[in-house]
Design a protein around this ligand. Structure first.
Ligand SMILES: Cc1cc2nc3c(=O)[nH]c(=O)nc-3n(C[C@H](O)[C@H](O)[C@H](O)COP(=O)(O)OP(=O)(O)OC[C@H]3O[C@@H](n4cnc5c(N)ncnc54)[C@H](O)[C@@H]3O)c2cc1C
Length: 454
């Protein structure tokens, strides 16, 4: 069995297939596997995990699927949402029990999720556990006897007229090689590293900084198009509406944990900042200069202080701190009257005297208190969510629903569960689709290889 891409999806597929006694080779374009997984926050959503149970958290696949569907406004496949939600908990348990990846439960309540279900390598902080997760997966794969060829970029698939994949051509050190396979798993993610594809499919984020893995060039989608596979939701992506600019420090939690708000350079709010960090990205890109100021107060500061990433950002000196709104306006060069008006209106909404024009619920907020903290931010693109349509066995489908005989996909290469745009992304579901679909793809590909071997 062959896998293209050594991120979470490819490595989970490889591990699942090795457990079934199948020989596995993984081709990875980078010399040191990293992928989007290795630069991610490492938060993996999973429902009904051992860890949740130990913490007394009541969850269910149905609840998780309903929350995925609610975030995606019903514009994704409900059957896939439920199937993935069902398989997500067993996948987290498998990573912990079988592959000794010591995941814990994060304590951050994410928008759109009513229970804690984000699993990561460190519970008290948010940020860098993706790198560690990727390293542990690579080690587990090597220990399991997976053959990992790095510095190898897959360039062509060899496919028969019936759609059966026979092998792959790849380039390593400028030389072209060929490798045969009984089944192929496409785990080479989406197209966050292709400016041309972003312009075509996600024009609202064309020109926005891309924080995704730049080696993900949309190869799986290009091969799928050439084979006549079903492809969906190419306009879908996860953005981030709190990237400090120009320092490029990503600060996802400012408006969520910190309860902050954002204004454009006119000192005016422009959205409900609490809906989610992804949809905030295009909203900021639509503001003058593609810039906003993220502002929080002393309560927000206290809530954010436990986070290492916040403390590092404070140390990096990216925040303006001021003891009054007028002083903040001077420090940020925002128009003072407009900013004072915005803060006054916010106060009225927090006090329940007036409805927020953007529909934000301020019932859990306290009146803003100085000192105020402000950071200049822009909206960035993290990873794309559209891709090859697969079924619950990770089989790549044709437009009429028939599967290709031995072609599988998962993670960023496959259609996600976020619907068609930026607003449907639920935190932790990127890695959930990489680990869960990866594991399912490995199982299915192993069965396909073993079935033909008999
Ligand atoms: C900054 C950031 C933070 C994130 N935080 C989270 C989070 O906390 N939780 C979450 O759920 N999601 C998060 N995500 C999303 C998450 O990282 C992805 O959904 C997930 O890593 C996708 O896994 P994957 O295995 O499909 O792809 P990747 O991990 O990107 O792996 C794909 C691999 O394929 C390789 N490749 C590409 N093309 C070829 C080719 N032609 N030949 C050979 N190799 C190829 C690439 O080099 C890469 O190593 C984040 C993303 C970013 C960018």
């Amino acid at each position: 069995m062959l896998v293209i891409g050594a991120g979470a999806c490819g490595l989970c597929a490889a591990l699942a297939a090795r457990e079934r006694g199948v020989e596995v080779t993984v081709l990875e374009r980078d010399r040191t596997p990293r992928g989007g997984t290795g630069i991610s926050g490492g938060e993996i959503a999973g429902a009904c995990t051992d860890i949740q149970r130990q913490r007394g958290i009541h969850d269910s696949p149905r609840l998780f699927a309903d929350e995925i569907l609610a975030k995606a406004r019903g514009e994704t496949d409900p059957g896939m949402a439920l199937a993935m939600a069902r398989a997500s908990g067993p996948t987290v348990n498998w990573l912990v029990r079988r592959h000794r990846i010591p995941l814990t439960l994060d304590h951050v309540p994410y928008p759109g999720q009513s229970v804690l279900r984000a699993h990561a390598l460190r519970s008290e902080t948010v940020g860098t556990s993706g790198a560690e997760f990727e390293q542990l997966l690579v080690k587990a794969a090597r220990d399991a006897g997976v053959s990992l060829i790095t510095g190898a970029t897959a360039v062509d698939l060899y496919v028969t007229s019936t759609g059966r994949v026979r092998g792959v051509a790849y380039k390593k050190k400028q030389r072209r090689h060929r490798i045969g396979c009984g089944a192929l798993v496409l785990a080479c993610s989406g197209f966050e590293g292709s400016a041309a594809m972003i312009r075509r499919h996600v024009p609202e984020m064309a020109g926005a900084p891309s924080f995704g893995h730049q080696g993900n060039k949309g190869d799986a989608i290009a091969w799928g198009e050439a084979l006549g596979a079903a492809i969906a939701d190419l306009g879908s992506y996860q953005g981030l509406g709190s990237v400090a600019w120009p320092s490029r420090i990503s600060m996802w939690m400012l408006c969520l944990v910190g309860g902050g708000f954002q204004v454009n350079t006119n000192g005016e709010r422009f959205s409900d900042e609490s809906r989610g960090y992804s949809e905030q990205a295009p909203d900021i890109r639509a503001q003058p200069g593609h810039i906003a100021w993220s502002i929080h107060d002393r309560h927000g500061h206290a809530a954010l202080l436990p986070f290492i990433r916040y403390r590092s950002a404070i140390d990096a000196g990216i925040f303006e701190k001021a003891s009054s709104v007028a002083a903040l306006a001077r420090a940020t060069k925002l128009p003072v009257e407009a900013l004072e008006r915005t803060v006054k209106e916010l106060g009225a909404a927090i006090d329940g005297k007036q409805k927020d024009p953007f529909g934000r619920d301020f019932s859990s907020h306290r009146r803003l208190k100085p000192p105020y903290y402000a950071v200049r931010v822009t909206g960035a693109l993290f990873h794309t969510q559209g891709g090859l349509v697969v079924d619950a066995k990770a089989r790549v489908l044709r437009p009429d629903g028939r599967p290709f005989p031995n072609l599988f996909a998962g993670g960023g290469a496959a259609r996600g569960l976020s619907g068609p745009a930026s607003w449907g992304y639920l935190s932790g579901v990127g890695l959930m689709m990489a680990t869960t679909l990866g594991r399912l793809a490995g199982k299915s590909a192993a069965s396909s290889v073993r079935g033909r071997g008999r």
